[in-house]
Design a protein around this ligand. Structure first.
Ligand SMILES: [Zn+2]
Length: 73
């Protein structure tokens, strides 16, 4: 019995990031890894400064991020 074939490289892991205005955006892990300016482009195209990385304590989900396919860069 052979093991299942592995997916090539790692799948994009979206993170929930809360912006300063309390809106929870989706940000791809690959984006965060390459971003060193402190500002993160979300899946919806908005650029924001996160209030607390990986702490989704915002009260409002970004509808645009929710609607975006997670495979998009
Ligand atoms: Zn968003």
């Amino acid at each position: 019995m052979e093991p299942p074939p592995q997916r090539h490289s790692m799948p994009a892991a979206p993170l929930l990031v809360t912006s300063l205005d309390g809106v929870v955006h989706l940000v791809l892990d690959s984006v965060i890894a390459t971003c060193d300016t402190g500002r993160y482009p979300a899946a919806c195209g908005a650029t924001f400064i996160p209030a607390a990385l990986t702490e989704p304590d915002g009260s409002t989900d970004c509808p645009l991020c929710r609607a975006r396919p997670l495979t998009q860069r």
